[in-house]
Design a protein around this ligand. Structure first.
Ligand code: AMP
Ligand code: MG
Length: 323
């Protein structure tokens, strides 16, 4: 199979929708990263996502919707969920809620759980595709499992060329890190399962303090354990000195000298700009022939820094295999 590159216009989206309706796989841009789409009501189409990515079956997928009406058909919203959706959708926030209509979301999407993760993305191309289709799309990041997420169509092709029918190319993603995932399936607490493109403080302003799952609880988000987002070269975090065979990922004005290559996530120290550049720069250093290992300066933990630090920490893990 040759993977086709579709333009983000009327004809491209009509073709993308046609492929998806037939159970095919189409990667498309969202404001966070490129997603690998398949309709959520076709078990064979959903199975192909796991196969194309090499994703373990126990790692559930996010169902993307183009309308609140469709979101309400697949998930049960309480008052907290309504408030978050009203304030932040469309946008980079995923809500884990009790699953409603099981015919619209086959068990492989939720990994058999009684909950479903739902998001309405803000990217105009993603929204146009979802609204044209009128069905939810399961869409994990369009990369091979465990690897760095794609923020351009070229990144998608580098991992999935020949494994998927098409990619809609609309240029780089404006946020650059995946959505923030919160679990609202329990009435007494809101759990932060994954920091992401919507900062914690914005969510806490609507629903109060976010809890983190306790260490002794069984993992609620099996896909969130272990090494992930990983370049192939070794990664060293929070460095203040660099070796001559290292590629440096810098942030802000204080840049340690001596690296073979230096890329700066944001010379101005802007965390939104850093998030936008993160995965592209990791890929660039990973591909650089003179760089043996990647070193990263400390990134502040506030705002989108929480998501950036989370991705870097998990990319740097060496104790567990990629999942
Ligand atoms: P990705 O689509 O690769 O960005 O990953 C989505 C993440 O959302 C997965 O790794 C899951 O851990 C999490 N997720 C999806 N559905 C659920 C669910 N029903 N319960 C808990 N976590 C979920
Ligand atoms: Mg992913």
């Amino acid at each position: 199979m040759r993977t086709r590159i579709l333009p983000p216009d009327e004809r491209g989206l009509a073709e993308a929708a046609r492929i998806l309706r037939q159970g095919g796989l189409v990667a498309f841009p969202t404001e966070t990263v490129y997603g690998l789409g398949a309709v959520t009501d076709d078990p064979a189409a959903v199975a192909r996502i796991f196969e194309a990515k090499g994703r373990p079956a126990h790692n559930p997928l996010i169902a993307h919707v183009g309308s609140l009406e469709l979101a309400h058909r697949i998930a049960v919203f309480d008052r907290r969920a309504e408030a978050l959706a009203a304030r932040f959708w469309p946008g980079p926030l995923t809500l884990v809620l009790p699953l409603a209509d099981r015919r619209l979301v086959v068990p492989a999407v939720t990994a058999g759980l009684a909950t479903v993760a739902v998001r309405m993305p803000a990217h105009p191309v993603a929204l146009a595709l979802l609204r044209r289709l009128g069905r939810p799309l399961a869409a994990p990041s369009a990369n091979r499992s465990g690897r760095t997420s794609p923020t351009t169509a070229a990144h998608v092709l580098a991992d999935l060329e020949g494994r998927i029918e098409a990619v809609v190319d609309a240029g780089p993603c404006p946020v650059g890190v995946e959505s923030t995932v919160v679990d609202l399936s329990e009435p007494e607490r809101v759990l932060l399962l994954r920091p992401g493109g919507l900062a914690r403080a914005a969510i806490e302003a609507v629903v109060g303090p976010l809890a983190r799952p306790r260490a002794e609880e069984p993992p609620r988000s099996p896909g969130l354990v272990g090494r992930h987002y990983a370049p192939t070269k070794p990664l060293r975090l929070d460095v203040d000195e660099v070796g001559p065979d290292e590629g440096l990922l810098a942030f802000g004005a204080r840049v340690p000298p001596g690296a073979r290559v230096t890329l700066n996530l944001s010379p101005a120290g802007d965390l939104a700009e850093a998030a936008r550049n993160l995965f592209r720069m990791l890929r660039e250093l990973d591909a650089h022939p003179e760089v043996r290992a990647i070193a990263v300066v400390p990134i502040p933990a506030e705002g989108l820094g929480e998501a950036i630090r989370d991705r870097l920490r998990r990319a740097a893990r060496t104790d567990t295999p990629a999942v």
